[in-house]
Ligand binder design. Structure first.
Ligand SMILES: Cc1cc2nc3c(=O)[nH]c(=O)nc-3n(C[C@H](O)[C@H](O)[C@H](O)COP(=O)(O)O)c2cc1C
Length: 205
């Protein structure tokens, strides 16, 4: 029997406070058996602790456009966490002015399941453009995990909840996520042909 493949998850961080703690998400993702590839939006690289994060991924971090671009496996899932006001609005507008936004845009074009966890203050979370952007993304099938409206609508959901939401997206039948991952072509944001690491060995029953 062929060993199950480890899902490849593209993690996009942006310029918000929780990016400094992104190693927590990578640790949970590792426990879930995911292979995580890390990238950033324009302001996302600054708060990222590269020395802490790089050893948690088998693939090079992509913090800028490079030629040739480092090879990553095709994405099975995209997680954008934390997503700033700026990044979420750009995503909804189809703007791709950073490596992170370009990769998300390409993955959306390939119907790769995408989970977005915004981090912003209550005033920004009530902004009409932001509300419209959330609706736009949801209409494309993107899962936007907003904070509880009544308390603090912009506060980011816990890392464990974000990983759980990603796991649920990965469990959706492939046919439901038509075109996801496995049809991914080689865009100018180059991706590696399918060549995945197997899941970690499972305990005998
Ligand atoms: C320490 C710090 C924390 C920030 N936290 C947030 C935040 O939680 N949400 C947000 O929308 N912007 C936040 N900002 C502002 C964004 O970094 C800024 O709007 C930036 O242009 C976003 O760019 P990006 O979307 O490419 O990451 C923060 C800035 C700093 C310096």
């Amino acid at each position: 029997m062929t060993a199950p493949l480890s899902p490849a998850v593209y993690l996009v961080v942006s310029g918000a406070g929780p990016t400094a703690d992104i190693a927590l998400l990578l640790t949970l993702a590792g426990e879930a058996g995911w292979t995580v590839c890390v990238t950033a939006t324009g302001a996302g690289a600054a708060p990222l602790d590269v020395a802490q994060v790089a050893p948690l991924s088998p693939y090079p971090l992509r913090l800028d456009y490079e030629k040739p671009s480092p090879l990553w496996p095709p994405a099975d899932l995209v997680i954008v966490a934390p997503a700033t006001f700026n990044t979420l609005n750009k995503l909804a507008a189809g703007i791709a002015d950073s490596i992170g936004l370009s990769l998300i845009a390409e993955c959306l074009g390939l119907d790769v399941p995408t989970v977005v966890a915004p981090s912003l203050n209550p005033a920004l979370a009530r902004h009409p453009r932001y509300r419209a952007s959330v609706e736009q993304l949801r209409s494309w099938g993107v899962q936007v995990l907003e904070g509880p409206r009544s308390e603090s609508p912009g506060s980011m959901r816990p890392w464990s909840e974000i990983v759980r939401a990603g796991g649920a997206q990965l469990r959706r039948p492939l046919v439901e996520r038509a075109g996801a991952a496995h049809s991914s072509g080689r865009g100018w944001v180059e991706q590696e042909p399918p060549q995945r690491s197997p899941d970690p060995p499972q305990a005998a029953p």
